[in-house]
Write a new protein. Structure first.
Length: 155
């Protein structure tokens, strides 16, 4: 019963993490395309808020549930190819988020607070927004691979 609960928490975390990454990217791109400084700034603020709640929260649930289920189920974290690759893909994605996406997002949030008032969206914001989308897609690919690894469980 505890294993099933932890595994469910793990799956819920995956849904929160990847779901937020994809949905946030889509509506941020839509807000950015309007070129309305107030709307773009509002969208950027929501990106920051949802990342704290759903991306960080989802990652926490994913890890607590996954590592907890592995411990309860007696799984060797390095004894199965699917577990090794699933973890590697998660950490690769996390590294991309922390190393590239979060800094770009912080720069965008700072700029958005300014242009929400003065009305001029700088080219640096647009450059970082494009970088955030491209690297967001790249960082999502390892998560999708990890989902496949966890479900297919190849030897």
């Amino acid at each position: 019963m505890l294993y099933a609960l932890l595994k469910s928490l793990h799956v819920f975390g995956v849904i929160m993490l990847l779901g937020n990454a994809i949905v946030t990217m889509i509506w941020k791109m839509a807000a950015d395309r309007t070129d309305d400084p107030r709307l773009v700034a509002f969208g950027q603020r929501l990106v920051t808020l949802t990342d704290w709640w759903f991306t960080v929260g989802g990652a926490a649930f994913l890890m607590v549930g996954g590592y907890g289920a592995a411990a309860v189920g007696g799984l060797d974290l390095f004894g199965s190819t699917w577990l090794v690759w699933g973890q590697a893909m998660l950490f690769l994605s996390g590294g991309l988020w922390l190393g590239i996406l979060v800094p770009a997002q912080i720069r965008q949030a700072r700029q958005a607070r300014v242009f929400a008032v003065d009305g001029d969206i700088p080219a640096t914001y647009k450059r970082d927004a494009l970088r955030w989308v491209v690297w967001g897609i790249i960082a999502s690919v390892p998560l999708i691979i990890a989902i496949w690894m966890m479900n297919a469980k190849p030897v």
